[in-house]
Design a protein around this ligand. Structure first.
Ligand SMILES: C[S@@+](CC[C@H](N)C(=O)[O-])C[C@H]1O[C@@H](n2cnc3c(N)ncnc32)[C@H](O)[C@@H]1O
Length: 242
């Protein structure tokens, strides 16, 4: 019998996390995911450049096993090889130089420890998934209008090539699209929140000279999402051992 590849959640159940650093933690969603699925873990340190995110994460997690620090992933203020696991979730496309960050993360992992990378890819497999790519590109362009680093998502090929440059001792890769296919592309809650995100982005740039251009782009994307629905783009997951 051919054994099918595990899902990301199943794969995580086989890993002992130990001391974990979650990079670009935002408000800590990845920590929640790791807590729900890892076989075991000891502690979490989350870092993010945005102070408001760090403050919210501190409120979301209490106890001495959780620490949140405002810090840039380009230059970690941690000693060499201090963590058993380093994770980075849905954030590579937020870094101006993702490879520089990945090399910095490798530095922070102890020998034999793991780097976990979760990243959406632009290799969509359906029209509803393409809507994610389209609206994400719109969000990223609007962030960049105000010099917030946020770029287009990478292809699986680009991500794999970036990860190979780390020269880790072992790497498992899981491309996950199936679990998303079973979702309803017209789920009213998701549709409302995605369509509202377009209006929220446009509200942010009302005073910008490019407002009219982005308003018509926003209307076009809204029409396409209303027609095609919306599904999350595929997830590419890497577990690389140092
Ligand atoms: C899409 S959010 C992902 C948040 C979280 N990892 C998750 O999966 O929900 C991207 C995060 O990256 C953070 N970020 C961007 N550039 C960063 C950098 N150079 N160092 C640390 N955090 C950064 C942003 O502030 C933001 O919170």
């Amino acid at each position: 019998m051919v054994k099918s590849k595990p899902t990301v959640d199943e794969y995580l159940k086989t890993l002992n996390g130990g001391r974990i650093l979650d990079v670009a933690t935002g408000t800590g969603s990845c920590i929640r995911l790791l807590m729900a699925h890892l076989k075991s873990y000891d502690s979490f340190t989350g870092i993010d450049t945005v102070f408001k995110a760090v403050e919210t994460a501190r409120k979301n997690f209490s106890g001495t096993n959780y620490k949140f620090v405002q810090m840039n992933a380009d230059e970690l203020a941690f000693r060499y090889e201090g963590f058993d696991t380093v994770s980075v979730c849905y954030s590579l496309h937020h870094f101006s130089s993702p490879l520089t960050v990945l090399l910095e993360l490798k530095r922070a992992i102890k020998p034999g420890g793991h780097l976990l990378v979760f990243e959406m890819t632009r290799d969509v497999t359906s029209e509803p998934q393409r809507m994610h790519y389209l609206v994400h590109t719109f969000w990223a362009e609007i962030d960049r209008l105000y010099a917030v680093p946020h770029y287009e998502t990478y292809s699986s090929k680009q991500l794999k090539s970036m990860m190979m440059k780390l020269d880790m001792s072992h790497m498992d890769v899981i491309l996950q699209t199936e679990h998303q296919q079973s979702q309803d592309p017209f789920d009213p809650k998701i549709m409302t929140s995605i369509l509202e995100s377009i209006d929220q982005c446009l509200n942010k740039i009302k005073a910008h000279p490019m407002y009219a251009t982005y308003k018509s782009k926003g209307i076009s994307i809204r029409d396409q999402i209303e027609k095609n629905g919306f599904l999350p783009a595929p997830l590419l997951f890497f577990c690389a051992q140092k």
